[in-house]
Design a protein. Structure first.
Length: 273
């Protein structure tokens, strides 16, 4: 697994980045590709080809964190990379999602020409490179053991309101994913939120930040995100990235995250071969 992550890291450095002053702004896609490979690929299948990484779950759902293709090399034909992804997922007829940075016109055109359907919501591609100083009125505890992870998964399902999400997380045994730290936020004896961090190379990623409706508007997401960000920077990350939801975006902006751009997703239904 370490050699696989190293290869993703080397490909990731070829991904288009923007420069602001002397700060290199990383795309979150290489870290996301490595994260999904770690959390889902161990129980499914991972394909690494000419500039594309595809992760396929045994569970055929079109979800960008379960069945997804990530285009990492800007020097490879986008049409060829999409065709490679379609062929890989077509082996089992699984639907999948392709993540597309808004500035990549060639990839957008290739996804549309191949029959991809644009999903309605886009995700701000965000990053930070400095520790977060914020009041933390909640205790953040690292998850250990299946019972604690089951609680973490239930909190995620309640927050995202996706039926079966907890089952998917446990089915893929995401607790044991290499490089991933899962946490639950606590208010005394009450579990109020969850999330995880993933360190790959010098880039940390934050995922599954979850605040159930019963804990909303109490600062839980900001508390968990701050803790995870500082953890990654303390472990050697030069920057920390995430893909924001509409609800999470203002929280991350208040914490100091900047926006690199927008990520769109193209959904491909079951390929027919």
């Amino acid at each position: 697994m370490d050699s696989e992550f190293n290869r993703l890291d080397s490909i990731g450095h070829a991904t288009i980045n923007r420069v602001a002053g002397e700060v290199l702004i990383p795309s979150s896609i290489p870290n996301l590709a490595a994260f999904v490979s770690s959390t889902v690929g161990r129980s499914g299948a991972v394909h690494r080809g000419g500039g594309v990484v595809c992760v396929r779950s045994p569970v055929p759902v079109a979800n960008g964190f379960v069945n997804a293709a990530f285009i990492l090399d800007s020097d490879v034909s986008r049409s060829a990379s999409i065709a490679e992804a379609v062929a890989f997922f077509g082996e089992t007829g699984s639907p999948f999602v392709v993540w597309v940075p808004e500035e990549d016109d060639e990839l957008t055109a290739a996804a549309e020409q191949a029959g991809g359907v644009l999903e309605n919501d886009s995700a701000p591609d965000m990053w930070i490179s400095e520790p977060i100083t914020a009041e933390n009125s909640f205790e953040t505890r690292v998850v250990s053991g299946p019972d604690e992870f089951a609680l973490c998964a239930r909190l995620c399902e309640a927050a995202y309101e996706i039926d079966g999400m907890a089952w998917l997380m446990e089915h893929h045994n995401m607790l044991e994913a290499p490089g991933v730290t899962w946490v639950v936020g606590w208010d005394g004896d009450e579990p109020v939120g969850a999330g995880c961090a993933f360190l790959e190379g010098v880039v940390g990623g934050i995922y599954y930040v979850s605040t159930p409706p019963t804990s909303a508007r109490r600062g839980v997401a900001g508390s968990v995100t701050s803790w995870l960000t500082n953890l990654m920077l303390g472990q050697g990350a030069h920057s920390v990235v995430l893909q924001a939801s509409a609800a999470g975006y203002p929280v991350y902006r208040r914490l100091g995250f900047d926006t690199r751009g927008q990520l769109t997703r193209y959904r491909f239904e079951s390929p027919d071969f």
